[in-house]
Write a protein that binds this ligand. Structure first.
Ligand code: CA
Length: 231
């Protein structure tokens, strides 16, 4: 197995060195950037498997950097963990809404950071050539287009199926209605944003008999998220 590549975007050299040291020792390949401009150049050059992005950076905020990456086709899938200082903690939800996969509050222990990195990389890993995704007993088999839980099959319309497939392969991240239209409907046809709500409702209704509708969560003012955590 080749080493996973992690790009650290952090302007404070001491912190960057400390993180880089720990990650290299853990077997990761590490590159470093001290601002967003340098980070973007490096990402274009060779795509990292994961980004660690500090919230406060000299040229633009780490959150803006993530947003920019999420808007571009070739970088939208790169997992990102935000590093925030204690005082910025109230903004961490904003970080997740902005497309970060997780956040770690400074000061953090190298062990905590490693655990978060491993969890995010695991979620981002393609399901080992298999077309099956499974979350909390909810199983989606993309080769047969079947959704089931236990022995019972869950009947879904084609749009609900695509929506669920997208959610299950992009868990724990908030998507706005506009983003869902782009990603699930393809953004090519003219569809109103409230159409998303209609299909979310249908999807939840189909999952309800199995008490799985709680996985499809409304994030007030932001959109929707597929999550196993309490909303
Ligand atoms: Ca900083």
């Amino acid at each position: 197995m080749t080493a996973k590549r992690i790009l650290i975007v952090e302007d404070e050299k001491a912190i960057r060195d400390m993180i880089a040291f720990g990650l290299r020792r853990a077997g990761y390949e590490v590159s470093e950037a001290e601002d967003c401009r340098s980070a973007r150049a490096q990402i274009v050059d060779s795509r990292p498997d994961l980004l660690l992005i500090d919230w406060m950076l000299p040229d633009m905020s780490g959150l803006e950097l993530i947003r920019t990456l999420r808007r571009a086709k070739d970088t939208e899938e790169i997992p990102a963990i935000m590093l925030t200082a204690k005082v910025e903690e109230q903004d961490k939800i904003g970080g997740l809404d902005g497309g970060a996969d997780d956040y770690v509050t400074k000061p953090f222990s190298p062990r905590e950071l490693l655990a978060r990195i491993q969890a995010v990389l695991r979620r981002a890993a393609p399901a080992g050539g298999s077309d099956v995704v499974e979350v909390e007993g909810l199983k989606l088999d993309d080769s047969s287009h079947r959704v089931s839980t236990g022995e019972r099959e869950i009947a879904l319309g084609p749009t609900e199926y695509r929506l669920l497939h997208f959610f299950m392969t992009h868990p724990e991240r908030v998507f706005s209605r506009g983003q869902l239209l782009d990603r699930v409907w393809g953004g090519s046809t003219y569809v109103e944003e409230r159409t998303v709500d209609v299909h979310i409702r249908r999807l939840r209704k189909a999952l309800e008999p199995f008490s799985l509708e709680r996985l499809v969560q409304t994030v007030r003012g932001s959109g929707y998220r597929f999550s196993t955590r309490e909303s």
